[in-house]
Ligand binder design. Sequence first.
Ligand code: ADE
Ligand code: ZN
Length: 306
Amino acid sequence: MDLRSLRKAELHVHLEGSVAPATLLEINPALTLDEIGARYDYLDFIGFLQSYKWVNLQLKTPAHFALITRRLVENLISQGVVYAEINVSVGVMLWRDLDVRAAFDAIAAEAALSPIPIRFIFDAVRQFGLENAWATARLAAELQPRGVVAFGLGGDELRGPAELFHEVFSYAQEQGLRLAPHAGETAGPESVWAAVECGASRIGHGIRSIEDPLLVAHLRDHSIPLEVCISSNVCTGAVEFLEEHPVRRLYGAGVPIVLNTDDPPMFHTTLLREYEIARDAFGFSEDELRGLAGNSLRYAFGPVPG
Ligand code: ADE
Ligand code: ZN
């Protein structure tokens, strides 16, 4: 089967984690490919978060954000993606004192030129605390007319349980935003329960849900999909070995699964590669791959083309 021609959406890709080494070199010619390669190679989840922060710090002007948006959209289209939701690390921008409105203006202007619909998820960062999350949610609410469809929460899950942010999630929901926090990536099922109790419509990763049969049943019965990013989980050490990844067991238990990339060049992957891994390492049949692609369209928050 030609995976490229499969109609599919990307629902979990971080703009700032999508920057190819060659693009980073264009943005900062003082860097070298060796240095970038070393940064895109880390030992564990915390090492990854440090590299992710380093990439963010290279992005300084609205033109940088425009460039990486253009490159990401081109790359998605080349893989047969017909709709995408892009996570923007607004929590990091606020922490850096960047002008979020100016940066997002550049991002949204690029997205408006795209032949496929692009929507945005504004991510707060758990370890940056409550005020940062409130400011991120307020900006997400304000910028809905420019394509923001959801509020998310990333960063170090072990340092910021979702329940801390309960009121921020409620506010975001009242403002008409959907909720798509990361949970169950490095922390256990209790973290996914907390995200579900906060009103999450989708869960970023959620792979450790497999440890709790009641949670698995809840996700299945309430049609709460997991945004699974297999290569990400192997690269960050969230799972030790590829063969141990629970994607097949979650799928077999009836949990809705969507395949995504998270931070593709930082995890040495592409969306097509994630479908290949599902096929080659986890035995997903052509019909099942079509079903996964169907899920990516079904669980989108915005308008999927007909
Ligand atoms: N930000 C970018 N990628 C992330 C991940 N996999 N987990 C948490 N925060 C992130
Ligand atoms: Zn992510």
